[in-house]
Design a protein around this ligand. Structure first.
Ligand code: ATP
Ligand code: MG
Length: 557
């Protein structure tokens, strides 16, 4: 695996070759061509980073082109989300925003040209009959009885298709290539179908729509694309794209195929993601458990981490699956460098401190120990605090270095305290009494004695309530599509846990939606857009535990 920064991948090698032999006069024009039928996922981000990245590296340009040929599944909601997501990732198409639907007139004229050349015909076969005639991988197809219509009849029927004289599915326009061709895509592929459906861009102008195969290569040609980079499944469409361009004798881009990005414990296809949304397995396209860019943004993944991940994964010619832990590791690295630190308690246990904190006391705390330039902030302390319930054990197990009766711990950045009493209600621990060493302000022992445990806390009178949402992998298995049954059967019911009574330090109130920060010892978090005057809602982006390092270590053993 070679990253884009290090060494050359095969795509770069092909482009270097083009530049050396003058194929495009040194010009570089790439494009990202999404179909607006869903939200973008991180797989699309790979294609975005590759296309925009190449344009930048070689001093070329990259277009954004919506491949909007199927009005039944496409719409403006998707167009807008795709635009927002690409901007968020940090890429810019300037004024080069295009729609394949802008080329419908040109495509129509070219279709007429093919009919005149005897290279396209109107077929009346039904969809089922057509698929019966198509043959199989091992047997040739059969010619349609309508294949040898006269050019005049084809022109007339195609014109009437456009005028709306026929019903959906009654006729199609097909390329006349070879029904026995070993490549099934060359067996007289459909160029136009009748669809009495309005289009998000062209409205009611058309009731026939070009197929993706008839549209894609010509759109690239119109835009003067040099390298048309796409994923491997289009490799055996390339002869067809070449055939169309050759018949029309127009400018010819070079298609280059690379392997799709797959990530473990998720699914990466808009169709599947749409199913999750429609069947309400998740709370929308931007559910923080989704592999969508909008989901990752909501969860708090920085775009810089996603770009770094894509660059480390690199470009390959063979399909593979990347461990999700690598992505998480890079998100963690990025946030460790940049995220300010705060304290918050997810499962609060009340503690009364004796000896200090009678009046408001503010502790000076470093904003980010990894980044001294971030400075310090003041954290309110008082004699009533909350600590994490799991940081106390009445009967401590071996190696439990946190709080237990008679034991001393460090309240991070505040004081050393010893638990002197446990308050119970009906057998349940409801509060603790602790005695502080007044000379340990800042958390340092005056006599240098060793205090192993350090725990976080929030001052109770200053604390702000928050709802915190904890996320885990959406699926319980690495590849939900390879399992028996339907993939939603493998959704982890515990992948979203909501905690309603968390206590956080007041400074968290001032953070903006989506701004990342660390809760000391707990992980990275950000404010969810569901935050309102009724309360703060936080997403846990990721814990501090680096599972990638563990996986690496195991692999080395
Ligand atoms: P999906 O299967 O998720 O619907 P798609 O390929 O149909 O994806 P498009 O909107 O047609 O989605 O894709 C736009 C571009 O993104 C195409 O060039 C496609 O090859 C690329 N792309 C899609 N998925 C991936 C992926 N997992 N890895 C890399 N590139 C991808
Ligand atoms: Mg597609």
């Amino acid at each position: 695996m070679s990253g884009r920064g290090s060494g050359r991948d095969f795509v770069h090698e092909i482009i270097d070759d083009h530049n050396r032999n003058g194929r495009f006069d040194g010009r570089i024009r790439t494009r990202f061509p999404p179909e607006p039928n869903g939200y973008l996922h991180i797989g699309h981000a790979k294609s975005i980073a590759l296309n925009f990245g190449i344009a930048e590296e070689y001093g070329g340009k990259c277009n954004l082109r919506f491949d909007d040929t199927n009005p039944t599944k496409e719409g403006d909601e998707y167009v807008n989300s795709i635009i927002e997501d690409i901007r968020w990732l940090g890429f810019d198409w300037e004024d080069r925003l295009y729609f394949a639907s802008n080329y419908f007139d040109q495509l129509y004229d070219w279709a007429v040209e093919l009919i005149r050349m005897g290279k396209a015909y109107v077929d009346d076969l039904s969809a089922e009959e057509m698929s019966e005639h198509r043959g199989t991988l091992t047997t040739p197809g059969k010619d349609s009885p309508f294949r040898d219509r006269s050019m005049e009849e084809n022109l007339d029927l195609f014109d009437r298709m456009r005028k709306g004289e026929f019903k959906d599915g009654e006729r199609v326009l097909r390329a006349k290539i070879d029904m026995a061709h070993p490549n099934m895509n060359m067996r007289d592929p459909v160029m136009y179908r009748i669809l009495h459906v309005p289009h998000h861009n062209t409205g009611d102008k058309w009731c026939i729509y070009p197929s993706y195969d008839w549209t894609h290569g010509q759109s690239d040609s119109i835009e003067g694309i040099t390298q048309s980079i796409c994923t491997l499944e289009f490799e055996n469409h390339r002869p067809l794209y070449d055939w169309f361009l050759d018949q029309l004798d127009i400018y010819h881009p070079q298609q280059i195929e690379f392997a799709r990005l797959n990530i473990s414990y998720t699914v990466m296809s808009k169709r599947r993601l749409l199913q999750l949304v429609e069947e309400k397995h998740v709370n929308g396209w931007d559910d923080p458990r989704m592999p969508t860019l909008s989901g990752m943004r909501r969860r708090g993944y920085p775009p810089s981490a996603i770009r770094e991940f894509l660059s480390r994964v690199g470009v390959a010619k063979v399909n593979s699956t990347i461990a999700v832990e690598l992505l998480e590791h890079i998100v963690r690295e990025d946030l460790n460098r940049t995220a300010p630190r705060y304290m918050g308690v997810l499962d609060p246990l009340r503690v009364e401190i004796e000896g200090v904190g009678d009046r408001d006391d503010f502790m000076d705390v470093s904003v980010n120990p990894e980044d001294p330039s971030a400075g310090t902030r003041k954290v309110p302390f008082s004699k009533d605090i909350f600590i994490e319930r799991s940081d106390f054990m009445e009967d401590p197990v071996k190696k439990f270095h946190r709080l237990s009766p008679g034991k001393e711990v460090r309240l991070r950045n505040a004081y050393l305290v010893t638990c002197t009493d446990v308050v119970k209600d009906d057998g349940e621990v409801v509060a603790l009494i602790c005695k502080a060493d007044p000379d340990s302000r800042g958390g340092n022992a005056p006599d240098g004695r060793r205090v192993k445990g350090t725990i976080h806390w929030v001052s109770a009178p200053h604390a702000v309530n928050a709802e915190v949402r904890l996320y885990d992998k959406l699926f319980t298995v690495e590849d939900p599509l390879s399992e028996k049954g339907d993939f939603p059967d493998y959704i982890d019911e515990d992948s979203l846990k909501t905690l309603n009574d968390c206590k956080v330090e007041p400074a968290v109130s001032d953070l903006g939606i989506g701004e990342s920060f660390q809760f000391e010892r707990l992980g990275y978090f950000c404010k969810d857009p569901d935050t309102s005057d009724d309360g703060i809602v936080l997403n846990r982006t990721i814990t501090l535990r680096d599972t990638w390092a563990k996986i690496q270590k195991q692999a080395q053993k």
